[in-house]
Write a protein that binds this ligand. Sequence first.
Ligand code: SF4
Length: 113
Amino acid sequence: MTDEKLSRRQLLQTAIAGLAAVPAAGLLAHPAEVAMLSETDATAKSLGYVADAKSVDAKANPNYKPGQTCANCMQYTGKAGAAAGPCNIFPGKDVAAAGWCKVWVLKPGAKVG
Ligand code: SF4
């Protein structure tokens, strides 16, 4: 009987530990379906975000240099080679790896171009 109670306790503890791990794993994993940031989003507009860095208005953005993209920006946390990924500036949305905005800063160790 004592062994049975111990087994139930162990089972309950294991189940609780498992339940606690599920939300944590969910937070760490990037959801499969994340909306893309729109160029018309108010914050995106204010930061001059474009999904294709080649369409940056160089006159309006004199700091922009060809080769600067979200993929080589410090704020980009997407996987290398992916078409899109998360950006620290736009939580909850993915930005295009080929995109660009005014707060672009070279990712340490990355190269432009
Ligand atoms: S902060 Fe960097 S990664 Fe985010 S949108 Fe701007 S250029 Fe792209």
